[in-house]
Ligand binder design. Structure first.
Ligand code: FAD
Length: 502
């Protein structure tokens, strides 16, 4: 059995970067284990992974998905929580909106005891990951692995032009570069899917690193638990193409994402002692924060039917233009975002008002000691009254914006809409709770923080408190969500921690 210096669990947004960066040192042997299939070239990548135009509406139709389901609110039907199960992880299936967190987000991370994560400290790593095609200045990277670009006004689809005009008519400012700090309003999304191709970590980071003799990438490798000698991690037990194996390594880095990382820690005896005891899992470390503080950006979908001859454009991204704003009475800048687009094949216009800085938190718990059984996920969206208040305002705003004259030639009838409930706060709350949906940005289930914080699971470098040789680096360690789609932030975080480890 070869000796590995670093064993990485999960090849997603974070794991793909760590494997590529740590194997730049040719003397350092890296093993990357991925539960899903590995596609070893751009040519063999299936089209739905290679091309990214937005989130499909029937998310159950995603291929390469873990197929999680979750409780959104007490009254909503179970919702799907898609997560990529493939080389590149969720970066291979996501909608490619490439927005950064804002300076206020990182002030919050610092306030939670993470003084190495100020805006000034993270900005260089946001620049490292990207090669911005439109903006060349101190805020943007020009030579990173991931190309980022925006659709210009002349390329916008008819519905996107109408949305842009409606937002301006309602008084929102233009935001031509949404990745500039302190900007707000309506403008083109930065996207990491130029030339139709989705730049996942599988393409942008792992493909160029594959030939390195010191990097081994193993697909169809499901890690079942982490192995220990006392409080030192020594490797993992995994099913490799169905066959059980134990693999030793000098260092284990868990990059299995916001759902599977806390699941793996708990299956390995690191988690709330009482909960582990209820499943007869021997406790290696009582870490009450594992699985707590589940965050997301709760959304609510509004739907309209569009005219039957609305032009199909299969190669255009659904999300070309976006709106961010601060809710009335909110102290949180840019705490709201609205996703908008037409799916011509389905003749529907969707509008998804989303709380981009929600105060409600959820929880993840094991229901089985078998890694193939998903943990119970309860997001408890809108349980905080301020989240409901802001979403009521957002739903009313979106209905008003789609009432702009620019939509008269586009929209035919309402399909999912609160109707009379718009007039009454309690009725609208009930409608919002019944239609609550994920924003696809699960995070913070193994949060980063100082040892003095009883709910902190890892320190500022991603090392698990109280355990040697074990790191967690992915969306699960965000100490607090950011006011943006989180992929760019997870990539930044992986680059920064990889730099520290090197
Ligand atoms: C449908 C969808 C649309 C999205 N759209 C956007 C967007 O437009 N913009 C944006 O910024 N963000 C978006 N996101 C979110 C973003 O892509 C994720 O937050 C981010 O990719 C998470 O990165 P990660 O490294 O934490 O986890 P992941 O990228 O999910 O990686 C985890 C990896 O670990 C593997 N794994 C898990 N368990 C095991 C195990 N036991 N053994 C071995 N391997 C394991 C998984 O298969 C996976 O490859 C979207 C997500 C989804 C699902």
């Amino acid at each position: 059995m070869p000796h590995y210096d670093t064993l990485i669990i999960g090849s997603g947004s974070a794991g793909g970067i760590l494997a590529a960066r740590l194997s730049e040192d040719s003397t350092h042997r890296v093993l990357l284990l991925e539960a899903g299939p590995d596609y070893t070239s751009a040519e063999t990548l299936p089209d739905d992974l290679k091309y990214g135009f937005g989130t499909p509406s029937g998310i159950f139709s995603l291929t390469h998905d873990w197929g999680y389901s979750a409780t959104a609110t007490p009254t909503a039907p179970p919702i799907a929580i898609p997560r990529g199960r493939v080389i590149g992880g969720s970066s291979s299936v996501n909608a490619t909106i490439f927005l950064r967190g804002i300076p206020d987000d990182f002030a919050q991370w610092v306030a939670l005891g993470n003084d190495g994560w100020s805006w000034e400290a993270v900005l260089p790593y946001y620049r490292t990951i990207e090669s911005d095609q439109d903006c060349q200045d101190d805020f943007h990277g020009s030579d990173g692995p991931i190309p980022v670009g925006r659709y210009g006004p002349s390329e916008w689809a008819e519905d996107q032009r109408a949305w842009h005009a409606a937002c301006l008519n309602a008084g929102y400012p233009e935001s031509p570069d949404m990745n500039r700090p302190h900007t707000t309003g309506v403008g083109p999304y930065p996207l990491n899917s130029r030339s139709r191709v989705r730049y996942s970590t599988a393409l942008a980071y792992l493909l160029p690193a594959r030939a390195r003799p010191n990097l081994t990438i193993q697909g169809e490798a499901v890690v079942q638990r982490i192995c220990f000698d006392g409080v030192r991690a020594t490797g993992v037990a995994a099913l490799i193409e169905g066959a059980p194996q134990e693999i030793a390594a000098g260092r284990v880095i868990v990059c299995a994402g916001a759902i599977a990382s806390p699941q793996l820690l708990m299956l390995s005896g690191i988690g709330p002692a009482e909960h582990l005891g209820s499943l007869d899992i021997p406790v290696r470390l009582d870490s009450p924060g594992v699985g707590e503080g589940l965050r997301d950006h709760p959304a609510t979908g509004l739907l309209w039917r569009v005219r039957p001859d609305f032009p199909a454009n299969d190669s255009a991204h659904f999300h070309q233009v976006g709106l961010r704003y601060s809710a009335a009475g909110s102290d949180f800048f840019n705490d709201m975002i609205v996703y908008f687009g037409v799916r011509p094949a389905e003749q529907t216009l969707f509008v998804r008002p989303t709380v981009n800085y929600a105060l409600s938190t959820g929880r993840l718990r094991l229901t089985s000691t078998d890694v193939s059984v998903q943990p119970a996920l309860n997001y408890d969206y809108y349980s905080h009254p301020f989240d409901r208040q802001r979403q009521r305002e957002a739903v009313r705003l979106c209905v008003k914006l789609v009432g702009d004259p620019g939509f008269a030639e586009i929209v035919r009838e309402t399909l999912q809409h609160p109707g009379a409930a718009l007039q009454d706060d309690d009725a609208l709350d009930r409608w919002i709770l019944a239609h609550a949906d994920t924003g696809h940005h699960s995070s913070s289930t193994c949060r980063m923080g100082p040892a003095s914080d009883p709910l902190a699971v890892v320190d500022q470098r991603g090392k698990v408190h109280g355990i040697e040789g074990l790191w967690v680096v992915d969306a699960s360690i965000l100490p607090e969500t950011v006011r943006a789609n989180i992929n760019a932030t997870v990539l930044m975080l992986a680059e920064k921690i990889a730099d520290g480890l090197k």
